[in-house]
Design a protein around this ligand. Structure first.
Ligand SMILES: Nc1ncnc2c1ncn2[C@@H]1O[C@H](COP(=O)(O)OP(=O)(O)OP(=O)(O)O)[C@@H](O)[C@H]1O
Ligand SMILES: [Mg+2]
Length: 258
């Protein structure tokens, strides 16, 4: 079957005053692909996600989802179109039970879909609850559904955040440094869970350490000073002279083996 492009950017840039955070980035990902975006601090990775999710429009360039232009579509519409993200810093409500964090995000998007209607039909409520419970199960924390989020470990909060994203049934899941702040044991667990869910959707994952995602993604894009400086199969990218220069001294054990 021919590959279908899911999301595509054509020459997108984002400037904050005199700083060009994202600089003329042309990027595409096909349905079902898993792509990693790596790059040093301040490279523009999160800003690129902010452009894909519509937090702000690009200063220049265009964005397409399945061939349809979405450059100016607001964030909630993009969520409804299937573009869902998680944040670099875990972003869940501590004062709610785990399951309620999921239900809340559903109600939020359901309300936006149906104007200001507040009450949901009981059928819709059942449907939402089933989808939320399923997402908690997928992330291995179904037994924590009734736990106050404030009592969850940071690793479980990260899983909860990914569960919230999954419960919205994304076509494209964007994970911004999902291993940040986790212990080695938690990283192994979350990596394993992401490995499983990636079979069901299209994934873009931002990560600092190349070694963590080399076996997870089929393709790597390297950002540096707002620009994409290399793209390709992970092991080939690791051998790219410019990438090695940018990463020199930042990550040990980056072996070029092709
Ligand atoms: N809302 C904003 N206003 C002004 N400058 C911003 C804003 N967001 C990001 N920047 C700047 O844009 C540049 C790119 O930031 P960005 O957060 O996208 O980098 P990053 O690659 O995600 O870095 P990190 O690995 O540290 O998360 C940085 O210099 C940052 O300070
Ligand atoms: Mg970032």
């Amino acid at each position: 079957m021919a590959e279908r492009t899911l999301i595509e950017t054509k020459g997108v840039s984002k400037r904050f005053g005199s700083l060009t955070a994202v600089d003329n980035v042309t990027f595409r990902i096909d349905e079902g692909e898993a792509v990693g975006i790596i790059g040093p601090n301040g490279a523009g990775k999160t800003t690129f996600f902010n452009l894909l999710t519509g937090l702000f429009p690009p200063t220049e360039g265009r964005i397409y989802l399945s061939g349809k232009e979405i450059t100016k579509a607001p964030p909630y519409k993009r969520v409804m179109m299937g573009i869902v993200r998680t944040f670099q810093l875990v972003s869940v409500f501590d004062s709610l039970k785990a399951i309620d964090n999921l239900v809340l995000s559903h109600v939020k998007f359901s309300r936006q879909r149906s104007g200001m209607r507040f009450f949901l039909s009981s059928y819709r409520q059942q449907e939402i609850l089933a989808s939320c419970t399923e997402a908690l199960r997928t992330m291995g924390i179904a037994n924590k559904a009734e736990t106050m989020t404030s009592e969850l470990s940071y690793g479980d909060k990260r899983k909860l955040e990914i569960a919230i994203a999954l419960s919205l049934r994304p076509k494209l899941l964007l994970l911004d440094e999902p291993f940040a702040g986790l212990s080695d044991g938690e990283i192994a667990e979350v990596l394993d869970l992401i490995n499983r869910v990636k079979e069901t959707l299209t994934l873009i994952i931002i990560e600092h350490k190349i070694s963590r995602i080399v076996d997870l993604v089929g393709r790597l894009s390297v950002m540096h000073e707002g620009r994409l400086i290399a793209e390709g199969k992970p092991k080939e990218v690791l051998c790219d002279a410019l990438v090695r220069e940018v990463y020199w001294g930042k990550e040990e054990g980056l072996v070029c083996s092709v």
